[in-house]
Design a protein around this ligand. Structure first.
Ligand code: ZN
Length: 174
């Protein structure tokens, strides 16, 4: 396994519309494993392939089914996931490994049903609630080049863009 580099906003690779996965081979499994390792290393609960610069419809997550029972975890790699039902709007407080040290409130749905394939290509469906549902919505947005900060006001977004561009420049100098 290997930890991968996380792509940081405003990198354009976060804006790609990712490609459907059609080959379910060892390479795909390896990528999912590496994404899990990367997610654990950065203390995330979910990670999407474009966040490591890969244009594939693949996300990994490890998140409780129910926040009241934190030991029962939904640990899964979701291939070609599609939300087929969403209900009950809610406000969620989110962060993202690609937008470090920033948390914002965005509008999501509290209950979603997602259809996806496993790493072996098997079809599955799952209904999720609360944090689990939010995580699915956040990660799936990444596959279409969307970030949670897109839902903020234009002014807030421009401030963020400036802040992260500056940080990036400083990194290059170091
Ligand atoms: Zn994210």
């Amino acid at each position: 396994m290997a930890k991968l580099d996380v792509v940081i906003f405003p990198d354009e690779r976060l804006r790609q519309h990712c490609k459907e996965v059609t080959v379910f081979d060892d390479e795909l499994k390896q990528l999912a494993e590496d994404m899990f390792e990367t997610m654990y290393a950065d203390d995330g609960v979910g990670l999407a392939a474009p966040q490591v610069g890969i244009s594939k419809r693949l996300v990994v997550m490890e998140v409780p089914f129910d926040e009241e029972k934190p030991e029962e975890l939904f640990k899964e790699a979701l291939v070609n996931p599609v939300i087929i039902k969403k209900e009950n709007p809610m406000v969620s407080k989110e962060g993202c490994l690609s937008v470090p040290d920033y948390v914002a409130e965005v509008e999501r749905f509290a209950d979603v049903t997602v259809k996806y394939q496993t790493l072996d290509g098997e079809e599955k469906e799952c209904t999720a609630h609360g944090l689990h549902a939010v995580c699915i919505q956040h990660e799936l947005d990444h596959l279409d080049g969307k970030l949670f900060i897109d839902m903020l006001s234009r002014l807030k977004r421009q401030m963020l863009q400036k802040k992260y561009t500056k940080l990036k420049r400083r990194e290059h100098l170091a």
